[in-house]
Design a protein around this ligand. Structure first.
Ligand code: HEC
Ligand code: HEC
Ligand code: HEC
Ligand code: HEC
Ligand code: HEC
Ligand code: HEC
Ligand code: HEC
Ligand code: HEC
Ligand code: HEC
Ligand code: HEC
Length: 459
């Protein structure tokens, strides 16, 4: 029999009630359609009643503000009964200060805190502001009055950032201590007759506040009080620069000291009658020390006022009998002092110092050491954060430099080898290396705000 396949017979196979019939799937969907909004509404109501406004929030708070997750009004200050959608600077400033950058800045207004410190982006570092927030001014920097002291077209570290000041052409190290790094980085004698040793950078350079022992220190010199002060030795950090919030204890290397790094090899001996050296101090102090030492000596050894003139030979080569001179003790002291000073000023001190003949004085002056404490006053740096890297990776010149005037600080290209965009590199946005707020202008803020959890307390 032939199969009859009419439209009707086909249509009869279709269940016309299909869309009305309940299936487990459709039942679940219906329940969901009704329940979900109910749940959502309930949740909002419940949150509203519990005064939790996180529902309106566009994301989690930064780590520093995690405790404020529910405290919208701390930042979104309530005005006329409504929260502002913008975070108000006044809110931020009620809890902590954010002092100005530079008074000279000429944008219509100081940028709002939230331009740089973004929120609701999850548990991020709220300090990590974008380079664009700085480039807003620094890509085309203008100052209110006078000429611009800084390079004005910086977009990013990669684009337009100038060289480190100390590494620009013709900049010299102003220091006057005549240290030849190359000589000391090769095997060298430990003292006049000592064995050969290989010195390391850390024999002379340690972070500020280092309390351990130094291999080439002389305890007598370390313990001695000196009459010159740090301000005589160090070049002051220029006042016009931004002051960081805090400088970590191990960020910078301490100035090199004769007592802790040179004294064991470079003896300040002055006369064969004594083992000890003169104090490492101003020539006046050395002079007074010499006179006292020789006076004490001649009092203890009165016979020595008889001095032999240096043995001389006549033309035939036969020694002539030495002439004996008998001095008063005062004459003896002044002759010995003059001899010792001749040696010290012309040879011993002069190996490391420039000596200046002061007019109207018999004693020379020691040139100010002028050791630089901050090579990059306009940027942050921290040796401790880079302690995994070899010193010579950043200071290769220290192995070959023969002149104190050489600058051994790295150039910006060295920084950029590691500080570059991308996850495999160290941070390269401005905030990593720069201070923005001038923390010298910081005002103490007494936070009046109490977390609700604490407000109920007070027993
Ligand atoms: C620590 C301060 C702080 C707290 C607390 C805070 N916010 Fe914000 N909020 C900001 C900042 C900063 C912005 C960035 C936008 C602006 O300020 O112009 C912002 C922006 C917003 C925006 C605008 C959307 C956006 O991402 O730009 C909304 C909506 C918002 N916050 C809601 C909330 C709610 C709701 C809460 C409480 C659950 C809250 N905020 C708590 C600082 C805060
Ligand atoms: C209710 C008080 C409060 C308000 C309002 C507030 N903060 Fe904070 N903020 C804190 C506390 C507490 C910390 C963490 C402690 C600290 O480092 O001082 C902090 C830390 C910070 C930090 C440092 C983060 C770090 O890692 O050290 C920055 C930057 C900051 N807040 C900026 C802001 C900005 C911008 C606003 C306004 C949008 C703001 N804060 C609003 C209390 C507040
Ligand atoms: C142009 C960008 C910018 C603006 C605008 C800005 N900040 Fe900052 N802020 C930074 C940078 C970069 C740092 C980290 C370097 C520093 O300490 O100056 C910082 C650091 C801070 C810190 C200290 C963080 C820490 O613990 O070291 C606080 C607190 C702070 N800012 C609060 C504020 C407040 C409050 C405002 C608004 C009055 C504000 N900031 C405006 C960029 C900015
Ligand atoms: C509102 C404009 C403005 C913004 C935004 C701005 N700066 Fe500046 N900045 C200036 C001005 C103006 C000067 C020059 C001041 C002067 O003449 O002494 C300056 C100077 C500097 C200096 C050199 C001077 C010093 O004292 O160390 C550095 C570094 C610097 N800014 C870094 C930053 C960083 C980093 C940011 C972003 C977090 C930033 N600036 C954002 C206006 C701005
Ligand atoms: C014998 C002690 C001694 C040793 C060892 C020594 N230095 Fe120095 N260094 C000094 C003295 C003294 C100064 C200050 C005089 C000067 O500027 O040359 C100085 C200055 C510096 C400076 C800053 C001055 C500038 O002109 O840039 C750097 C950087 C430096 N040394 C790095 C090193 C490194 C890296 C090593 C190891 C490879 C090293 N030094 C080994 C004594 C030493
Ligand atoms: C381990 C012993 C040792 C230490 C420590 C040491 N020196 Fe020397 N230094 C020597 C010796 C040895 C010479 C002579 C080398 C030569 O002329 O070949 C010398 C030479 C010098 C010279 C003359 C270099 C030249 O140009 O020929 C100066 C300047 C000098 N040292 C400065 C210092 C200073 C400053 C310190 C401390 C920061 C110091 N030295 C620490 C052993 C040392
Ligand atoms: C081996 C090198 C070396 C020799 C030799 C040396 N000094 Fe120094 N001198 C230094 C160093 C390094 C400093 C830096 C600061 C410190 O050690 O306190 C310094 C600093 C000084 C200062 C302070 C300078 C200032 O800026 O005010 C005086 C004064 C001084 N020395 C006197 C002397 C006298 C006097 C002699 C000889 C008796 C002498 N020094 C021998 C290395 C030397
Ligand atoms: C990897 C570290 C690093 C980063 C990132 C960085 N800088 Fe610098 N910046 C420096 C150093 C180092 C100096 C030299 C400081 C000195 O000579 O005192 C400097 C100098 C400056 C100066 C002074 C320039 C002058 O003419 O003397 C300004 C302004 C400046 N930077 C702004 C910025 C801005 C804006 C950004 C982000 C777009 C930025 N820097 C990013 C390290 C950095
Ligand atoms: C990542 C690069 C880097 C490394 C690694 C590094 N330095 Fe430096 N060093 C610098 C910079 C940048 C400065 C300039 C800091 C300033 O004064 O503003 C500096 C400054 C110095 C100074 C002058 C004093 C000071 O702190 O400003 C000495 C001395 C010095 N370094 C010695 C060393 C020694 C020793 C090591 C190894 C333990 C070392 N450095 C490792 C980059 C580096
Ligand atoms: C060999 C790679 C390397 C070089 C070269 C280097 N850095 Fe860094 N730097 C790092 C790393 C990695 C960190 C992160 C260290 C940390 O805080 O854990 C860092 C951190 C920093 C910090 C933040 C320190 C802190 O305490 O938060 C500053 C500022 C900085 N570098 C400046 C510089 C400057 C300026 C130069 C060039 C003179 C430079 N770095 C060269 C690898 C490098």
């Amino acid at each position: 029999m032939a199969r009859t396949r009419t439209t009707k017979s086909v249509a009869q196979r279709i269940d016309l009630n299909y869309f009305k019939r309940q299936t487990p799937y459709k039942r679940a969907r219906l329940i969901l359609v009704i329940l979900a909004p109910l749940l959502a509404l309930g949740w909002i109501a419940w949150r509203g009643l519990s005064r939790d406004s996180r529902v309106y929030s566009s994301g989690r708070m930064s780590g520093a503000h995690a405790v404020l997750e529910k405290q919208c009004a701390a930042c979104h200050i309530e005005k006329a009964g409504e929260f502002s959608a913008k975070a108000a600077d006044a809110g931020c400033l009620a809890c902590h200060d954010g002092p100005v950058h530079h008074e000279e800045q000429v944008r219509a207004e100081v940028p709002a805190c939230a331009t740089c410190h973004v929120e609701h982006r999850g548990r991020v570092n709220i300090v990590a502001s974008s380079s664009a927030s700085c480039a807003e001014c620094h890509a085309n920097l203008k100052v209110a009055a006078g000429s611009l002291p800084y390079y004005p077209h910086i977009q990013s570290l990669e684009e337009g950032h100038p060289e480190i000041g100390a590494r620009r052409p013709n900049v010299k190290d102003p220091g006057t201590i005549l240290l030849n790094h190359a000589v000391h980085m090769k095997p060298i004698r430990r003292g006049p007759n000592g064995p050969l040793v290989q010195m390391e950078c850390s024999d002379c350079h340690r972070p500020e506040g280092y309390k351990g022992s130094w291999p080439y220190a002389d305890a007598d010199y370390v313990d001695a009080k000196v009459t010159y002060e740090d301000k005589d030795v160090l070049v002051p950090v220029s006042a016009g620069t931004l002051q960081p919030r805090l400088v970590k204890a191990r960020a910078y290397m301490a100035p090199v000291r004769f007592a802790s790094s040179c004294a064991e090899c470079h003896l300040l001996t002055f006369d064969k009658r004594f083992d000890t050296g003169v104090p490492h101090d101003k020539p006046e102090v050395v002079h007074a020390f010499l006179i006292k030492k020789f006076q004490e000596y001649i009092a203890a050894h009165p016979a020595e006022v008889r001095v032999l003139r240096e043995p001389q030979r006549d033309l035939t080569g036969k020694p002539i009998p030495p002439e004996v001179r008998v001095l008063t003790p005062a004459q003896w002291v002044s002759e010995r002092t003059a001899d010792a000073e001749e040696l010290l000023w012309r040879k011993t001190c002069k190996q490391c110092h420039a000596l200046i003949q002061a007019p109207g004085s018999d004693l020379p002056k020691i040139a100010e050491a002028r050791l630089t404490q901050r090579w990059m006053p306009h940027a942050r740096f921290d040796h401790d954060a880079h302690r995994g890297f070899a010193c010579t990776g950043c200071h290769p010149g220290a192995l070959t430099s023969k002149e104190t005037s050489d600058v051994l600080i790295p150039n910006l290209a060295t920084c950029k080898a590691c500080h570059a965009p991308g996850p495999e590199h160290a941070e390269s946005r401005c905030f990593e290396c720069h201070t923005y707020h001038n923390w010298a202008k910081r005002k103490e803020v007494k936070p009046t705000y109490l977390l609700p959890a604490l407000q109920t307390g007070g027993r």
